[in-house]
Write a protein of this length. Structure first.
Length: 79
């Protein structure tokens, strides 16, 4: 390994945006990855979900109902 650190966003759900296939986007720095995550998450919200987000501050007690909650996985590769 060359010591480089990469961040991959893998969307396993088929999307018409990428020809009906899953996709992987690789970022080579943290700032790019944070921008990608913000874009990706906001692209998944419906108009009504955006209205909810705009009207409600985050509340840990409502996390089961808040559209801002999503599942993610983190892993590393070792050689």
């Amino acid at each position: 390994a060359n010591g480089a650190c990469y961040f991959d966003l893998i969307d396993s759900l088929p999307s018409s945006r990428v020809g009906g296939m899953a996709s992987r986007t690789r970022c080579k720095d943290r700032a790019s990855f944070e921008t990608l995550l913000r874009w990706y998450a906001s692209s998944k919200f419906s108009d009504s979900q955006c209205e909810f987000i705009d009207a409600n501050k985050w509340d840990d007690g409502m996390c089961d109902f808040d559209p801002r909650v999503f599942q993610s996985f983190v892993w590393t590769e070792t050689q």
